[in-house]
Design a protein. Structure first.
Length: 108
């Protein structure tokens, strides 16, 4: 699952909420699985300059899924797709008095 903003374990599966164009999608995936996180899921740690320099020097092995005996066929079930909440249109006011009266009408 990509760009997860919420992850919950339900029995032997994970329920993942992710943002898609025009709303939220809730999917259920079997474990083990690979999930990429949206920034709302966790606070990322930032690498220090010395660690970045060390990482550039390290050798990176490239493996194929077949080298690891992993089946990469998608195994997700779309549970629901929701539209984002509709926002009320804004209004332009001519002066401060009109702004105050509109705010009072709305209970602020």
């Amino acid at each position: 699952a990509m760009f997860a903003s919420k992850v919950e374990q339900k029995d032997d599966k994970l329920e993942v909420v992710r943002e898609i164009d025009g709303g939220l999608e809730t999917i259920r995936v079997n474990m083990p699985c690979v999930i990429s996180a949206d920034l709302r899921l966790n606070e990322p740690r930032y690498a220090t300059l010395p660690n970045i320099m060390k990482a550039k020097k390290k050798k990176m092995d490239k493996l194929k899924p077949s080298d690891l005996g992993v089946d990469v066929a998608p195994r997700i079930e779309v549970i629901s797709v929701e539209d984002p909440p509709v926002r009320e249109a804004g209004a332009t006011v001519a002066d401060v008095d009109e702004l105050v009266s509109k705010l009072k009408e709305k209970g602020f």
